[in-house]
Design a protein around this ligand. Sequence first.
Ligand code: KG4
Ligand code: ZN
Length: 335
Amino acid sequence: MSNLILGIESSCDETAAAVIKDGRTVLSNVISSQIDIHEKYGGVVPEIASRNHILNISSVIDEALVQAEVSLDDISAIAVTYGPGLIGALLVGVSSAKAIASAKNIPLVAVNHIHGHIAANYIAHSDLTPPFVCLVASGGHSHIVLVSDYMKFKILGRTRDDAAGEAFDKIARVLGLGYPGGPKLEKLAKEGNENTFSFPRVEFADNPYDFSFSGVKTAVINHLHKCTQKGETINSADIAASFQKAVTDVLTKNTISAAIDNKMDKVVLAGGVSANTALRRSFETAAKENGLKLYYPESVLCTDNAAMIACAGYYKFLSGEVSDSTLNAVANLKL
Ligand code: KG4
Ligand code: ZN
């Protein structure tokens, strides 16, 4: 009999549910985005996100079951994101998963959202197995993770301030591009010259894999202020391209070094920022130069979705780690 996992994700502004078969085959992947709702505020408003998750979650779960052509009676386990993320948003997914698991007597599996992002690659690449080094770059996290087995992680590097996606979103905002910033900034950068400005790339002597993106963000903002004061024309496309280059250079350099130093032959990208084409090209070049095999998921699996949560939940379920009705959401959950 096949193993069917129902995944539920509600950590930020996407209400999502998915059904996957035997860990890696997606039967349905339903994502209800709240982008239109939060766009007018220039970012995610946590309370509004929670309320909309409550309004959407039942129909999103029903739709995932309908599209997969299964019923709750067929489900082997329910995997739900319990952190990190917005506490009110997480609680909607966790409460729904607990209610269904209890009513239907289905095992409940608590999934770390970052683990989910990594697992998106198992769905995208049926041949991918650990060990590998993974860059998880999203709106909330920038981690370099040594994935030594399906359930074994070691964080080699992390951001000391802003996450990479957060930096994209902030610079997009100051350039007047709106929310969500990453894809909009990428589009504008295509029209610019990435070598126009040399924005700072920060390195740390005590950990060569750590990141900092607040310096590059401040440098861009200062540059914009200076241009405004002097009455100079601002070429937003050149700024966007140069900023994107500064961020992708550092993400690539640190991750590739971490892979080489840890004698890994596979490098994996995950999280919303890995949807960025310039980042993918930068990694493709560096991976080729260093004889590494590169993996990244298709864009829909880079940004938040529930198929990745179901996949991570599958491996956690196999390892025998199930939760009971005392499961709670943890906003600052660590990997
Ligand atoms: O993984 P994700 O959907 O949510 C979090 O877990 O945070 O990532 C969202 C982040 C946002 O900051 C968004 O601007 C960024 O990923 N992002 C991108 C691109 N697509 C999404 N950043 C750069 N280029 C993109 N194409
Ligand atoms: Zn995410």
